[in-house]
Design a binder for this molecule. Structure first.
Ligand SMILES: Cc1cc2nc3c(=O)[nH]c(=O)nc-3n(C[C@H](O)[C@H](O)[C@H](O)COP(=O)(O)O)c2cc1C
Length: 313
C-alpha cells in the first residue's frame, strides 16, 4: 500500500464559499443528476438539472435534491419557488444522449420561460402529478414534495427537497429482471467544473457483495497483509473469505503440489514458483495474485500460506 502524503485541512467556517463549493463538487463525485420538472402556480413548466441528488429509502421510496440559493446574489431557483407553491415534481434520469439538452435547461432563463421549449425536450403528461415528464428520459419518478429543509438561508446555501415517489416509469427495453441495465440506460453523472462521467462501458465494473462473514484484514497473516505485490483491493478480497485454511487443508494442498490441476494459468504459475530456487516468495505471490484476479480466492490464500511453510523447509 502506498505511503500517504500530507493533507491540506480546511475548516469551512471562514473559508471562501468558492473553495467549499469546489471541494464538495470535486470530492463528492460523480453525482447522479436529477432532471426535475416542476410547475408554477400559473401553469408554466420548469425543467432544471440538480446534482445535489440521491435516493434515501425504498419503503416508501424517497429521493431528495437541493436547489441552492445563488452564490452571487442569494436568489432562489425557480424550481424551489415552484415546489413551495405546487409541492409536486417529476425527477428523471439524465442519459448520455440528452446531456447537452439537460445542460441547456440549466441556463438561468426567466421564470416565464418553459425550459422544455428551450431545451427541445418533449413534455408528456404525468399520471399522479401536475408537472410534466421528459419523454426522452427512460426513467421518470413522479413525486410529492413532502418537506423543504433550508440548509443555511444564505448565498450558496442548499434547500433540501425531500420527495416521496408516487409513481415510477421505466422504459421497457432497458428493464430486465427488475434491474435497469447500466449499459443500456447510459446514465451520466456530474463531477466538478465542466466534467461529467459517463456511467457505462468501461466505467461499469463489478464488486461481488460479501456473502460470508469475512475474516477481515486483521486476520490475514502478516506476510500477506504487508505484501509489496498485492494491492489493497486484492487483500480485501482475501479478507472477505470466511476462514483461513486449516492445517489439514494446507497439508492436502501441499502434498504433493505437482498433483495440482495444471490447466489453469495460475496453478501452472504456482507449480513453477514452487520449483524455482530464486525469488520463490515473489513468484508464489504473483501466482496467488493471478488466482485472485481469476476469482479463485481459496487457491490464492492457500498458495500464499505456503510461503512461511516453505521458509522452514
Ligand atoms: C448537471 C448540472 C447539475 C446541477 N446541479 C445543481 C444543484 O445540485 N443545485 C443547484 O442549485 N444548481 C444546480 N445546477 C444549476 C441549475 O440547474 C441552474 O441554476 C438552473 O438554472 C436552475 O433552474 P431553475 O431556476 O429553473 O430552477 C446544476 C446544473 C447542471 C448543468
Amino acid at each position: 500500500m502506498s505511503q500517504a502524503s500530507d493533507y491540506i485541512t480546511i475548516d469551512p467556517e471562514g473559508a471562501e464559499l468558492r473553495v467549499v463549493h469546489n471541494l464538495l463538487l470535486s470530492g463528492v463525485a460523480p453525482r447522479p443528476i436529477a432532471f426535475v420538472s416542476s410547475i408554477s402556480e400559473d401553469g408554466i413548466n420548469n425543467l432544471a438539472p440538480f446534482s445535489y441528488f440521491n435516493a434515501f429509502g425504498a419503503n416508501p421510496p424517497y429521493v431528495a435534491f437541493s436547489p441552492a440559493f445563488s452564490g452571487k446574489d442569494g436568489s432562489a431557483k425557480d424550481t424551489l419557488e415552484n415546489v413551495k407553491r405546487v409541492p409536486e415534481c417529476v425527477v428523471q434520469a439524465v442519459t448520455y444522449d440528452m446531456v447537452e439538452q439537460a445542460n441547456l435547461a440549466s441556463t438561468t432563463y426567466p421564470k416565464e420561460v418553459d425550459e422544455f421549449i428551450k431545451s427541445g425536450l418533449t413534455p408528456i403528461d404525468s399520471v399522479m402529478v401536475k408537472p410534466r415528464r421528459v419523454k426522452e428520459s427512460p426513467f421518470q419518478m413522479e413525486c410529492q414534495v413532502e418537506k423543504i429543509i433550508p440548509l443555511g438561508g444564505g448565498k450558496g446555501s442548499g434547500n433540501l427537497i425531500l420527495c416521496r415517489v408516487v409513481l415510477f416509469h421505466v422504459r421497457e427495453d432497458i428493464y430486465k429482471d427488475n434491474i435497469i441495465n447500466p449499459q443500456d440506460i447510459d446514465l451520466v453523472a456530474r463531477n466538478s467544473a465542466n466534467f461529467y462521467t459517463r456511467a457505462s462501458h468501461e466505467a461499469i465494473f463489478e464488486v461481488k457483495k460479501p456473502t460470508d462473514l469475512g475474516i477481515g484484514m486483521d486476520q490475514l497473516p502478516e506476510h500477506i497483509r504487508h505484501s509489496r505485490i498485492l494491492t489493497a483491493n486484492q487483500l480485501a478480497r482475501l479478507a472477505g473469505l470466511p476462514n483461513l485454511p486449516s492445517e489439514q487443508e494446507m497439508y492436502a494442498f501441499m502434498s504433493p503440489v505437482h498433483k495440482l490441476n495444471a490447466d489453469n494459468p495460475y496453478t501452472r504459475k504456482f507449480k513453477q514458483a514452487i520449483a524455482q530456487s530464486e525469488n520463490k516468495e515473489e513468484a508464489i505471490t504473483r501466482a496467488a495474485q493471478a488466482a485472485i484476479e481469476a476469482g479463485d480466492l481459496h487457491f490464492a490464500l492457500k498458495a500464499l500460506m505456503t510461503i512461511p511453510l516453505l521458509r522452514t523447509v
